[in-house]
Design a protein around this ligand. Structure first.
Ligand code: HEC
Ligand code: HEC
Length: 229
């Protein structure tokens, strides 16, 4: 009787464990991150409370909702804290973040950081090329800095400045919460740039950068990012 129970339980648990290993064995692209939650627990929270809008693996299909897959966990955690405290305003995200504990936030951040982002296909290739130029070289005769200086070539955790400031722990902490932008929905990026430019979304670093861009430049740089995995 007892033996049978153990065997049945084994049979039930073994495949589930295998799946968990498959889902969570991928090493996060952010080895220096300060946020280290439980991706397993994060997965359960996401399935229950976030997947409907952001997608089960963070690849939302509706451009109203940002993709969260492959995002810097320190950034995700920081934004959830900001939604809860009111520093970043969103009628949708405020009540959701208010219901979360610090541990919940760290867990979902760790889960999303381990997922891979899928880029969108952007049709306007001329816009994509113009946007690439802004991202790497800046614009407006130096008034707009190169985005790559802070956001890095691919993952936010690998930014050039992050690298430069590796030996300076205080500066590194400040730079750690820079989001990855590649693969994000263009419509979402444009909207955030507008919010930074108007000051509705506050950021010491982004307010002046966004205010220096024309609407066309915002669209082009966002198209480039959305199109780039
Ligand atoms: C009803 C839809 C909806 C649900 C459910 C939802 N979100 Fe969101 N989320 C949004 C919207 C809309 C935004 C963009 C807010 C803005 O415009 O600033 C957002 C933004 C975010 C951001 C900021 C992303 C960035 O790139 O800055 C994070 C982090 C986030 N959500 C996490 C979560 C988590 C974790 C859950 C589940 C616990 C969740 N969301 C559930 C709609 C939703
Ligand atoms: C000096 C460093 C710096 C530079 C240069 C910079 N950014 Fe940022 N960016 C940041 C930081 C830090 C944040 C996070 C702000 C926050 O915490 O809300 C951010 C956030 C963003 C976001 C919000 C992403 C999201 O998921 O909501 C967008 C969009 C963005 N930046 C676009 C750009 C573009 C486009 C450029 C170049 C024209 C650029 N940034 C240049 C530091 C920088």
């Amino acid at each position: 009787m007892k033996m049978n129970w153990t065997m049945t339980r084994r049979r039930l648990i073994a495949p589930a464990t295998g799946l968990a290993v498959l889902l969570f064995a991928t090493v996060s692209a952010y080895p220096d991150a300060r946020v280290h939650g439980s991706p397993e627990r994060g997965h359960a929270i996401v399935s229950r409370s976030c997947a409907a809008c952001h997608g089960a693996d963070g690849n939302s299909t509706n451009p109203l909702f940002p993709k969260l897959s492959g995002q810097n966990p320190d950034y995700l955690y920081g934004q959830l804290r900001a939604f809860k405290a009111g520093g970043r305003q969103s009628r949708i995200m405020a009540p959701i973040a208010t219901d979360m504990s610090d541990t919940d936030m760290a867990d979902v951040a760790s889960y999303f950081a381990r997922q891979s982002i899928r880029a969108d296909q952007v049709r306007d290739k001329a816009g994509v090329a113009a946007g690439r130029h802004i991202f790497y070289d800046g614009a407006n005769h130096g008034a707009t800095p190169a985005c790559a200086m802070c956001h890095g070539a691919s993952a936010g955790g690998m930014s050039m400045m992050g690298g430069m400031m590796h030996g300076m722990p205080m500066m590194r902490g400040m730079m750690a919460a820079i989001p990855k932008l590649n693969g994000q929905h263009a419509a979402y990026l444009v909207r955030q740039l507008q919010e930074f430019a108007s000051g509705r979304r506050q950021s010491m670093m982004m307010n002046s950068v966004a205010a220096s861009l024309t609407h066309e430049e915002m669209q082009n740089v966002s198209d480039y990012l959305a199109d780039t995995p």
